[in-house]
Design a protein around this ligand. Sequence first.
Ligand code: KG4
Ligand code: ZN
Length: 362
Amino acid sequence: MRILGIETSCDETSAAVVEDGTIILSNVISSSLPLHAKTGGIIPEVAARQQIKYIIPVIEKSMENATALSLSRRGKLRMDDIDAIAVTVGPGLIGSLLVGVETAKTLAYVWNKPIIPVNHLIGHIYANFISTFNSSFDPELRTEGQLSTLNFPAIVLLVSGGHTDLLLMEDHGKIKWLGGTRDDAAGEAFDKIARLLGLPYPGGPSIEREALNGNPKAFNFPRPMLGSGNFDFSFSGLKTAVYRTIQSLNPNDQRLMTKDLAASVQQSIVDVLVKKTIRVAQKYKVKSILLSGGVSANQNLRDELKLNARRYPPAGGLNAEFFAPAKNLCTDNAAMIASAAFFNYHPKPWKQITADPELYFD
Ligand code: KG4
Ligand code: ZN
């Protein structure tokens, strides 16, 4: 089954064609990020206007780029080659979401195709299910782990700009929320702290880059809620601690210490995320640990979670297999949306599909 996925929840306009939920035939992403870097954050109105500008060319390009493996002829896909349309309906920015949702509904109506509404957060999880043997893929960006060993139950650590959640995934469509952030999301913490450090938006990649040559033990920042018995997170205290530290340094020292500050902040966030995830994985004796969301691009987080999954095997003596998406699938893209729709195939009449900025897990 070939699904055209459409994703416009925030500042990326993306369209992708994915075969059987795992094989990317095309994945086109146009980002208005450079515009937001100038303002140090996303201005919803600006993001929505960019979505309108890019949505049609991006969908056209995704059809052009796709070469269906199962078709005898080569070249651009036609509407007949698409079996269904998947679209992100939320959560996200209302102006941005509407562009994708209304475009997808129009296509579904005109082409007479089934349409599947997708929760953006569930979409992020499915970046792990996309295998990367498509030749157009950079082999360096391979998914860490193989689809064949992705067994349930799994623990999902979902870390993005707006969300930090721990989920128990017992099967496709059977996802239970176990805990999440009480204030800032992990990505939001990276973004806000980067701003304090004078590093460019988005903060996650900036801090990771800066941290490369820094000492993660230089500053002992708090590990919020590490000792709490539940599976919740809190990152706003960390932001305050970094702010106080910066205030206590003279500007010259601060400039000299930016690398150490970045490395120490990253270490604190990674420590909390990893320890809580391993604890919950042990509790539920899972077979797989899945990392997902924009922050999963962080190499330090990937390495530490992988290492600890081996060191503390949750499932009665068996190691839980660790999975992280290929790096180019960690941040927002439409391929993950098409994949989620394949594994959770519940089409709805197009008239019933609406954007829901507040959508969460039900
Ligand atoms: O999932 P995503 O693309 O958008 C949302 O749905 O929120 O996540 C974006 C977030 C931003 O906060 C960004 O700073 C963070 O992911 N991020 C990273 C890295 N790359 C992106 N955080 C830490 N390290 C990274 N390498
Ligand atoms: Zn996202």
